[in-house]
Design a protein around this ligand. Structure first.
Ligand code: ZN
Length: 154
């Protein structure tokens, strides 16, 4: 069975960046199962998987525009440390969920602390990164009615 919309697909994958650093991998873990065409994967990867079948292997390079987007300098801000009320120690690398301008949850990362000024970055950690995927397709099956209703694989 080939991968197309409304199929439930199981894959093993290794994700590396331009420097071959492994960012994420299903090796030694459960493979990833997702509902194809439901926005569960980044658009560039879904496009590459379309039409593939169990046993196929592919190596693809996904540009930021088809992945987590380009870095948006407008999402980098400096705010007073007093905005972090209730947090004992604000340090670079800390991440918080907050609600963005569109009301959606947005992950922000503290990228710098300078006295009582904190620099935060609302870009996705993988924005601006070219993503290299090494994928093995394990299984492809029809989605159940319930999975289609829920918009995800069970
Ligand atoms: Zn469900």
């Amino acid at each position: 069975m080939m991968i197309s919309s409304q199929k439930v697909v199981t894959i093993h994958y290794v994700l590396t960046d331009e420097t071959d650093e492994v960012l994420d991998s299903s090796q030694g873990k459960e493979p990833l199962t997702y509902l194809h065409g439901a926005g569960g994967l980044i658009p560039g990867l879904e496009k590459e998987l379309e039409g593939k079948a169990p046993g196929d292997e592919l190596q693809v390079s996904i540009p930021p525009s088809e992945g987590y987007g380009e870095q948006n300098p407008g999402l980098v801000q400096t705010i007073p440390i007093s905005a972090f009320e209730g947090i004992d120690r604000v340090e670079p690398g800390m991440q918080f969920n907050t609600s963005g301008p569109d009301g959606n949850t947005m992950l922000i990362t503290v990228t710098g602390v300078n006295g009582d000024e904190v620099t935060i970055d609302g870009n996705h950690p993988l924005a601006g990164v070219t993503l290299n995927f090494d994928v093995n397709i394990v299984e492809v099956r029809d989605a159940t009615d319930e999975e289609l209703q829920h918009g995800h694989a069970h």
